[in-house]
Ligand binder design. Structure first.
Ligand SMILES: O=C(CO)COP(=O)(O)O
Length: 268
């Protein structure tokens, strides 16, 4: 089993299609003040926000201006470099906006925009080439879970997303396990459910190399709340959370980011 002490936990807030650029400034400012008040150690737990494209320039200006330690990224990226791709946003544009992370293959993109593993692989490849860290999302639907096919399904998505990538590139990637039946439903996976799939993904990474398995952070996402974060983060193969709805509530998301303090009994 890989040693997760080597991997800095990452709490990433996926704001999805919520919060305009004015609201984004207020939300991010409040999150920053809240974490600052609680003396959050960003070296101990990394905090990222993933706003809609229209907010990123405002987020960049605030993060740079206030020298915030919160990092940020985008929720999607084009598989193309540049050109006649109406509506697309290129990886280079996101790099220019100071993004650190970009989601690839979120279940809502797979569902509503018919993104398949090959497209996710192309997006992750473009993100890496532009110096971004792709957060590759995998996860099964309820029917697959009921048929006990969830591990095989997620490993197939991991294989598809990582196809053709060099081990040194794979080491840079973050993988997020987000069971679709837990997204937005309030049905958070149990820590054991999360660990089962994250451990299987870790095992698949071990097949590439122990160094890859040790480097890649594997997140859990799906109805994470302050009350569930500690149990999920106690799992050896879970290195963070990808948080949707709760990331729009500052105190809840700050509490998720401060799961270590809460485990030690500090006030929320
Ligand atoms: O999709 C998710 C994060 O990317 C999870 O969303 P919820 O936390 O709202 O279930």
């Amino acid at each position: 089993m890989a040693d997760n002490a080597a991997r800095t936990p990452l709490m990433a807030g996926n704001w999805k299609m919520n919060v305009n650029h004015v609201e984004a400034v207020h939300l991010l400012q409040k999150l920053s003040w809240t974490l600052q008040d609680k003396k959050h150690d960003f070296e101990r737990v990394e905090v990222a926000v993933l706003p809609p494209f229209t907010d990123i320039r405002s987020v960049q200006t605030l993060v740079d201006g206030d020298r915030m330690k919160i990092v940020y990224g985008a929720q999607d990226v084009s598989e193309h470099d540049a050109g006649a791709y109406t509506g697309d946003i290129s990886a280079a544009m996101l790099t220019k906006l100071g993004c650190t992370y970009v989601l690839a293959g979120h279940s809502e993109r797979r569902q509503y925009h018919h993104e398949d593993d090959a497209l996710v692989n192309a997006k992750a490849t473009k993100a890496l080439a532009a110096g971004l860290v792709p957060i590759v999302c995998v996860g099964e639907g309820l029917e697959v879970r009921k048929a006990d096919g969830h591990v095989e399904h997620c490993l197939g998505q991991v294989d598809g997303a990582l196809a053709g990538l060099k081990p040194d590139d794979v080491r840079k990637i973050v993988i997020a396990y987000e069971p679709v039946w837990a997204i937005g439903t309030g049905e958070v996976a149990t820590p054991e459910d999360a660990q089962e799939v994250c451990a299987a993904i870790r095992g698949r990474l071990e097949e590439i190399s122990p160094a890859v398995a040790d480097s890649v952070r594997i997140l859990y996402g799906g109805s994470v709340k302050m009350s569930s974060a500690g149990g999920i983060m106690a799992q050896p193969d879970v290195d963070g959370c990808l948080v949707g709805g709760a990331s729009l509530q500052v105190d809840e998301f700050a509490g998720i980011c401060r799961y270590l303090d809460l485990q030690l009994g500090y006030s929320s």
